[in-house]
Design a protein around this ligand. Structure first.
Ligand SMILES: Nc1ccn([C@@H]2O[C@H](COP(=O)(O)O)[C@@H](O)[C@H]2O)c(=O)n1
Ligand code: CDI
Length: 158
């Protein structure tokens, strides 16, 4: 049995925050705003995995109202998703994800992101796709107001 899931997330830029994408801290003028580390890429991947499992979304497992997870590293969220998958007898076959951002350039950091994401999910780096595109200066992403991410996950029965 093979199951697929889809995830999407957006976070606005904010001053004075580190920019964390796929578990990698990237030098940039702004970071992303959030109750967690605001790692928009990990959040989209988490929802894709949870969706494939038929589980409630990230906010169910990590409520924005929970003060104990303020600033949580989103790689820990991916670890939890992998744990839920294993408990349900499901194996993560592959993840594919895209970041939509005018800046910064993602490509130089994609390999490191794949390393961090795959380690958190308990899979190999070549089972994770991390891609990026600009929004051709259109809309909120195009105006540099934030970053969006989308992801799909494919899981199979062990
Ligand atoms: N934040 C980004 C956006 C894009 N890239 C890389 O540039 C290529 C071209 O992007 P277009 O939006 O002009 O199609 C894209 O394929 C990525 O390799 C990037 O690294 N970071
Ligand atoms: C993990 C959480 C926890 O507050 O992170 P946030 O930084 O609030 O990010 P968002 O993608 O808006 O929602 C997911 C939340 O559950």
């Amino acid at each position: 049995m093979v199951r697929t899931g889809i995830g999407y997330d957006v976070h606005p830029f904010a001053e004075g925050r580190p920019l964390v994408l796929g578990g990698v801290t990237i030098p940039h003028t702004h970071g992303l705003k959030g109750h967690s580390d605001a790692d928009v890429l990990c959040h989209a991947i988490a929802d894709a995995v949870l969706g494939a499992l038929g589980e409630p979304d990230i906010g169910h497992w990590f409520p924005p109202s929970d003060p104990s997870i303020e600033g949580i590293c989103s790689l820990r969220i991916l670890e939890k998703c992998a744990q839920i998958a294993a408990e349900k007898g499901m194996r993560i076959e592959n993840i594919d994800a895209s970041l939509i951002a005018e800046a910064p350039r993602v490509k130089p950091h994609a390999a490191a992101m794949k390393q961090h994401i795959s380690a958190a999910l308990g899979i190999q780096p070549d089972q994770v796709g991390v891609k990026a595109t600009t929004n051709e200066r259109l809309g909120f992403v195009g105006r540099g107001e934030g970053i969006a991410a989308m992801a799909v996950a494919c899981l199979s029965k062990i």
